[in-house]
Design a protein around this ligand. Structure first.
Ligand code: F6R
Length: 236
């Protein structure tokens, strides 16, 4: 695990976008895994700038997002589908058929999850997975638990995640209670992982450096990943 500490959010976003763009330059048909939330916003803005400047081409790229809330239609402003479209996809030349995000409105979440796993495998696996991290150490929506859950499935969100994400909703009661999330195994099977941890996650990064791997702190599994870069912000 390679931890790179930078001075501010913009530097973190610059570095992350550079890493992603470099992979796409090396392999134009890269499979990218994307995350939502506040943290990757700047990274996506930089990728859009690079695309507008002709530095990177997404026409052959395929993407798989980590997760989606259950029960929110794609056009709901807080759905991850909407987020990705607004913050990245509609601004670049990615093909609609190459974008995969779990369907939070599926009739059967077990089938949806199985099909998502199969789609990732059939695409050849994720080349680079971008991650954020929750204050409780969750990655995707793999919440602290007594076991690591391997595969994509419907998950219950913990109260701390519901509280943290309620900032995006008018009322806490509107925050969905479940989501479909890639599993820990799905995330770990990515060939490369880049995790962004802004200043608000300094305690999470500090705990990660204790080197204790436990499902109670899901992000700790990344100690076992062969190619994982963590970009963290510390002004001091
Ligand atoms: C989002 C996701 C989550 C977020 C995490 C941090 O797709 O999977 O794990 O990365 O909750 O969110 P922010 O960046 O809003 O602090």
């Amino acid at each position: 695990m390679n931890i790179i500490t930078v001075k501010n959010y913009d530097m973190m976003s610059d570095l992350a976008a550079l890493l992603i763009a470099a992979r796409v330059l090396e392999k134009p048909n890269s499979i990218l895994g994307f995350a939502t939330g506040s943290t990757p916003n700047g990274t996506y803005q930089n990728l859009i700038k690079m695309y507008n400047n002709g530095l990177v081409d997404f026409s052959q790229v395929k993407t798989f997002n980590l997760d989606e809330y259950c029960g929110l239609p794609q056009e709901h402003e807080q759905s991850y589908n909407y987020y990705m479209n607004e913050n990245l996809f509609k601004h670049i030349n990615i093909k609609a058929e190459n974008i995969k995000i779990p369907n939070g409105m599926a009739d059967d979440f077990d089938t949806e999850s199985m099909e998502y796993e199969t789609a990732i495998k059939n695409a050849g696996g994720v080349d680079l997975q971008l991650l954020g991290v929750g204050l409780n150490g969750h990655i995707g929506f793999n919440e602290p638990d007594n076991i690591f859950h391997n595969i994509t499935r419907e998950v219950e969100l913990t109260q701390s995640t519901i509280d943290a994400n309620s900032r995006f909703f008018q009322d806490k009661s509107e925050v969905p209670k479940t989501a479909i999330s890639m599993g820990i195994g799905t995330i770990m099977s990515a060939k490369e992982i880049v995790l962004l941890a802004g200043e608000d996650k300094n305690e999470v990064v500090q705990k990660l450096q204790d080197n204790v791997v436990s499902p109670e702190f899901p992000v700790s599994i990344l100690h076992y990943h062969p190619k994982c870069t963590i970009i963290t912000v510390n002004k001091n």
